[in-house]
Design a protein around this ligand. Structure first.
Ligand SMILES: [Zn+2]
Ligand SMILES: [Zn+2]
Length: 139
């Protein structure tokens, strides 16, 4: 699972090169992801910011609070979010090839539209290594 891989939005206008392994992969249930993605929760594959490069196209960036979210101008696909304070880029897990998204936990479960019961940890906010409390919810 090493070496660079290239992923693209649905229309192909934007291509992203990802090098190396993810720092973490998880489902985010936060209310920002819900609104921006129009879904109950979002798979995210997080890498060091410099491991994720736009190699084709000029996607749009839009910032809700602090972190720019980057989207294809043509097909509207959500590409990644820049988590500036941690120098990370969270790539939309739906863009990855089959088998490359292997979630380790759920986070921001305090906002969950509906519980997703599985064997993964369910953090109320974020795990401690991403600035949270490690507190979990009871589902
Ligand atoms: Zn596109
Ligand atoms: Zn989120």
């Amino acid at each position: 699972m090493s070496g660079a891989m290239t992923v693209a939005c649905r229309c192909g206008a934007v291509e992203i090169e990802i090098s190396g392994e993810p720092v973490a992969q998880f489902y985010c249930h936060c209310d920002d992801c819900q609104i921006v993605h129009g879904g109950a929760y979002v798979p995210e594959s997080v890498y060091p910011a410099d491991a994720v490069r736009v190699v084709r196209g000029e996607p749009a960036a839009w910032t809700l609070k602090r972190n720019p979210r980057v989207t294809c101008r043509e097909c509207g696909a959500r590409l990644f979010i820049d988590v500036l304070a941690l120098r990370l880029r969270g790539v939309n897990g739906y863009l990855l090839p089959p088998g490359r998204f292997q979630p380790q936990f759920h986070m921001q479960c305090q906002f969950a539209v509906r519980p997703v019961e599985d064997s993964l940890p369910h953090f109320k906010s974020r795990p401690a290594r991403f600035g949270g409390s490690d507190e979990t919810v009871d589902w």
